[in-house]
Design a binder for this molecule. Structure first.
Ligand code: HXC
Ligand code: NAP
Length: 281
């Protein structure tokens, strides 16, 4: 369904684009003709990812080592990338997260995650947004969120707080800057295997198989599924979609919402038969 030149001419920055979902989205954008810019804290990881992506796709990939918590460093990165020509799309994907009981967390733990996820997204959004506004250019920001951004979640509270903030940013600026031609959307993926997320959030094999099994579709999401949705949202095909938070989780979030969903795997076929209305003689 995607034309090979869908993203031709688009310059796209993905924060945290050297690993996991960021790298998979980058690969898809390159396949569809975009030029790619990626950042992360580890220079070696960035260099290896860029090489891998260039040789897989033949596309252009530039890197900048940057901690997105550092406002001045993000400004310097955007300034350097802008020298090639204005960026068209920003994907705020960099994140930090871990599983912990909230009462065990230090202030530093909150600051680390909120700094990366919320302040990092704000720094990159402001650096690109001010330039787009000044130059009167169209812009497009895609935030990679989570399904708990709207409703919260225990045991990942710094991340839940930060992702909720990013969702407020998405919806607020979709209106304020939408008027100036800058779109904002977010994707809330369900669990998709990556080393970064699974080593921190599903650190035991039993947790991993439980998570896959309890999904209505009985499996995790795939990198391709996320990358294709992201490609659509950063492309002009989705030009009238603005301010949306799009869940892609196999129905996992809804499963917790329906009052009777839990019954499905608790009633045996005999029990279902027993509660059927009796036929009138
Ligand atoms: C409690 C922890 C902790 C843990 C770190 N801290 N890990 N506290 N439990 N497991 C505390 C430290 O003690 C320290 O507190 C503070 O957090 C900062 O830790 P550092 O290691 O010094 O910081 P830093 O090097 O900046 O590391 C950031 C990080 C790390 C977030 C802690 O995990 C990281 O680099 N993550 C990047 C990749 C990542 O997390 N990917 C997963 C994204 S998945 P003090 O008090 O000493 O300062 C995702 C959504 C998944 O986001 C949804 C799935 C469905
Ligand atoms: P990941 O591979 O750990 O990705 C996180 C990336 O962010 C890494 O490349 C990391 O690179 C970078 N990063 C972390 N801290 C940074 C900082 N301070 N400055 C700059 N870059 C930083 O994990 P992932 O699973 O692909 O996650 C990608 C996104 O998807 C995140 O937003 C996450 O919340 C979201 N998500 C993932 C899942 C899932 O199941 N995988 C589900 C829902 C949402 P460095 O360490 O080199 O800096």
């Amino acid at each position: 369904m995607f034309e090979k030149d869908l993203l031709a001419g688009k310059r796209i920055l993905i924060t945290g684009g050297a690993t996991g979902l960021g790298k998979s989205m980058g690969r898809r954008f390159l396949e569809l003709g975009a030029s790619l810019y990626i950042c992360g804290r580890r220079e070696q990881v960035l260099a290896e990812a860029a090489e891998e992506l260039r040789s897989a796709t033949g596309g252009t990939v530039k890197t900048f080592s940057c901690d997105v918590r550092d406002h001045a460093r993000v400004e310097a990165m955007i300034e350097e990338f802008w020298q090639d020509g204005p960026l068209d799309v920003l994907v705020n994907n960099a994140a930090g997260n871990f599983l912990a009981r909230t009462e065990d967390l230090s202030t530093g733990a909150f600051e680390a995650v909120i700094g990366i996820v919320l302040m990092g997204s704000i720094h990159a959004t402001m650096a690109c947004g001010r330039r787009w506004l000044k130059e009167g250019r169209q812009g497009n920001v895609l935030n990679i969120s989570t399904t708990y951004a709207e409703l919260g979640s225990g045991y990942v509270v710094p991340s839940a707080v930060a992702k909720a903030g990013v969702l407020a940013l998405t919806r607020s600026l979709a209106v304020e800057w939408g008027r100036k031609g800058i779109r904002f959307n977010s994707i809330a993926p369900g669990a998709i295997p990556t080393e970064g997320a699974f080593s921190r959030l599903l650190p035991m094999k039993e947790l991993e198989s439980l998570a896959a099994k309890k999904n209505p579709l009985g499996r995790f999401g795939t990198h391709e599924e996320l990358a294709n949705l992201a490609a659509f949202l950063v492309s002009d095909l989705s030009g009238y979609i603005n301010g949306e938070h799009i869940t892609m989780d196999g129905g996992a979030l809804l499963q917790g919402a329906g009052s009777f969903n839990y019954i499905g795997d608790r009633l045996t076929p005999e029990m279902w038969e027993a509660i059927k209305p009796k036929k009138k003689p």
